[in-house]
Write a protein that binds this ligand. Structure first.
Ligand SMILES: Cc1ncc(COP(=O)(O)O)c(C=O)c1O
Length: 385
């Protein structure tokens, strides 16, 4: 059991080559856009990095057998999914994985299904891979964003064999249930669809009682047509260290994926591997405390945002990202409006829906409170004008 972690601590990131804080350096705009948190990593991760840095030699490297075993055991313990070590392919980023999936399945000109409301690199991956993006409509069902499976069923063709799926969903925050996943998996099996499932937020489930279920863990049939992408960058706040992995049970899919990376995607850097091993070995208690902290931030935000006239925030089951409906304000440029208010958000239009803005609440509560105060004031001035 580690000590109580102080997630209220404000760490100055303005001169740390941070994308998030660099964007607004020298302004009074709170950066709440790109998806990293402002929390220092678990102490054991920093210690492991220090120890490796002390060694002083940083040649080509590979994951240790201990790290591979940790991942295999972790997936079994957390998700009751028995994976084999040889199914793992280490990649610097999950976005690499999405693009490699597009390149390794089908051929030039094929369609790739992508949720219509989604983290932007999903939308660009097909075209970057000389494929055609086929948006699958997402609909709101009981305040959660879900795929329109009926649409998908009617639109699968022999030259559109890949679906990029995101669970938990960014930006909507939905954690898909066993029933929802089973319906999608059945469709995939019947219609010969391969699912590349981005599960990078799997260890950030905020809603009590919900559990992350990798779609590939449902049964061997769906496992055989799946590429699951996971990593430590979100849950342990190590995006700058670049260490993720794909789990690909089917040999042929695995070989095609490996072939697509040759000569283009480098091996994972040694510091990313060391940090990931430390996170999986020692970080679970830290992450449990982080999830509690994020849940409190979320509850506060939902309460406050929904009291501001014209803004609406539904349940965020997972992630540290709030998908706020600002459509009632009828703004021409929502990003500029909130920046002028002193809060830097992500524009919903980049995620496929310009009625929304995304707010990253992975930061000390005092910053979330300050952001709410600024937003409340700006919106109230807006209505008064
Ligand atoms: C759903 C999702 N996938 C992938 C990424 C990026 O992953 P990586 O930095 O490992 O490429 C993010 C980052 O926000 C994300 O939210």
């Amino acid at each position: 059991m580690t000590n109580k972690i102080n997630f209220d601590l404000l760490v100055d990131r303005t001169h740390s080559e941070s994308d998030k804080w660099g964007k607004y350096r020298g302004t009074d705009i709170l950066p709440m856009w790109i998806a990293d948190t402002d929390f220092p990593v678990a102490a054991e991760i920093t210690q492991a990095l220090h120890a490796r840095i002390e060694h002083g030699v940083f040649g080509y490297s590979h994951p240790s057998p201990a790290l591979i075993e940790l991942v295999v055991e972790r997936i079994k313990k957390l998700y009751q999914w028995d994976i084999k070590a040889e199914w793992l392919i280490w990649i610097p980023g999950v976005v690499n994985g999405l693009n490699l999936a597009c390149r390794s399945i089908g051929s030039s000109g094929d369609g790739v299904f992508v949720p219509s409301v989604i983290y932007p690199p999903f939308a660009s991956a097909p075209e970057l891979s000389d494929r055609i993006r086929r948006p699958v409509p997402m609909v709101q069902s009981k305040a959660r964003w879900v795929l329109d499976l009926q649409w998908l069923q009617q639109n699968i063709t022999s030259d559109s064999r890949l679906l990029l799926f995101c669970n938990p969903h960014n930006p909507g925050g939905a954690v898909y249930s066993r029933e929802e996943l089973t319906r999608l998996a059945e469709l995939a099996v019947i219609r010969d669809l391969i699912i590349c499932s981005d599960e990078i937020h799997s260890d950030l489930i905020l809603e009590p009682g919900l559990k992350h279920i990798p779609i590939a863990s449902l049964n061997p049939d769906i496992a055989n047509r799946s590429i699951t992408l996971m990593g430590t960058s979100k849950s342990f706040n190590m995006a700058g260290l670049g260490c993720s992995f794909a789990i690909i049970p089917q040999r042929k899919l695995r070989l095609e994926f490996k072939k697509a990376r040759w000569g283009i995607v480098p091996a994972v850097n040694i510091l990313g591997l060391i940090a990931t091993q430390a996170a999986y070995e020692h970080g679970d208690d830290w992450n449990r405390q982080q999830v509690d902290y994020l849940r409190a931030n979320r509850d506060y935000l939902i309460r406050e945002i929904n009291q501001i006239r014209g803004l609406k925030l539904d349940i965020v089951e997972a992630t540290f990202l709030a998908w706020i409906d600002v459509s009632e304000l009828k703004l021409d440029n929502s990003l500029a409006f909130f920046e002028k208010a002193g809060v830097g958000l992500s524009a919903g239009r980049d995620f496929g829906d310009d009625r929304f803005m995304r707010l990253n609440f992975g930061c000390p509560r005092s910053l979330v409170e300050e952001a709410v105060t600024r937003i409340r004031l700006a919106v109230s001035d807006y209505w008064a004008a």
